[in-house]
Design a protein. Sequence first.
Length: 90
Amino acid sequence: ATHPIHVESVSNSTGRAEVMCAMFYMIGFLVYARTARRPPKRGLESEGEAASFFLGMLPNLFTMLFMCCCAMLCKEHGVTLPVICVIWDA
């Protein structure tokens, strides 16, 4: 049972972490990109309109942070997602 021919069923499961990390990373980045590039519907004249606009962005930002945490649980490379989002937005 320890012959190298029997490791094929296990070797594919070790590569799953990279694929899952990439999936969570890309979903998190796409959610952030869609949120960051969404312009306000009209000019934000009052302080209340600006606050409601930013409150509308919070669910997407929390989704990005959740995807970042999921990516970090898969691989350590997921920690770079918030940094990439800040660099992309600058």
